[in-house]
Write a new protein. Sequence first.
Length: 421
Amino acid sequence: MRRLQCYVPTGSGAEVLARAAAAGATDGVRLDGRDADDTPQELLLLYLPNDRFDDVLEVLEDVDDLRLTFQRDSVVALSPPAEELPDQVSDVTSRGPLEMLVEGLQSLGAWPPFLVYSATAGAVVWAGLVSETVFLLTAAMLIAPYAAPAMTTALATARGDGLLLRRSVGRYLAAVATTAVTAALLTLVTGESAPTELMLQVADVSAMSVLLPMAAGVAGALGFSRADRTGIVSGAGIGMLVALALAPQAGLLGIGLALGEARIVGSAAFVATLQLVGINVAASLVFHLLGVRRQVPRVRDGSLVASLGAAAATAVALVGLLVLQWQTAPDLTRETVMTRAEAITLSFLDEQPGIVATDAVARFPLADNLPIEVFALRAQAVALSADAASGDELTAALDERLREEFPSTNPTVVVSVERGS
């Protein structure tokens, strides 16, 4: 619940209390007082559910000389009998659109701390990618301040607030640029000359990459709408999910630029764009379902044209990115190609009599070839030709199978067959 303090001229308090109660306020008290100029006035303390906050403000909009102060921290209103306490404290609703908008605007405040966090995240991402230390990438996700601009972008899309949309997108781009520049400078200063294995793994894009930002958008919007101490998932966890979609790619973008690796740069730029668009599509839809609208009390109205335009542009961008991903395959689906190649290889070997596949490793280096290294065991009781014993026969058959499955790649298969026990 929220506590709302209303300051009105003497004589208006009873009407304000009645209007607030009709709009959903559960408790209220009226006090007589004076302002700093010793002018008589009435102070009303109202307690209302989170989701009734905007409704109460809307019915009070035309009250003359109305001044409002609301406490954003959650409060608990307890009423007799005591047996109803569990129901009273567990009746938790989402925050109203106005409160979400206020928090979004406040998150666009001071620039220096925001840029410092972005640069720090870039340094930690760089350290993790260069040293191939995964937990440093996790630390960077906790530091990266990407969640706030991503959520305010979605909020602005849902409201049709062009000014907020421009500020949010600008802040997001500034964060990504700061992270990328930091990683690039560290790469140049330390003299790194080649990408590490972890960099190549991060650069490999899955065909299902769009699902991560969609999940991050839904989780972020739901977390953004929850009142303090009522969230099922911690705010840090939600922020980390959003940063998971953005931080490693932003750092990789800077490293790729410093190394002059076009494939890494293209992959990182594609994924970073896909993440922002995917988060915006999912989060703005959730905000719509939560009741965020163009008209919010005490705030300038959003534009229907801007709302529809932003939503349409985001949807078109998402479809365009997915079309680009599939049209340029396998460049932007390398992770999926490697996974499928390994599965096809193991399935093929399982069909061969007397052969037991132990492992299949597919890699996609900077070139377009697809090297696959296969390890298998041959049963001693099975008589095989000399070629089969050395793996040549299996290599030729598997190479043909993979070329049929992935015509745009150049598979290079090496099969090692050992004698089983």
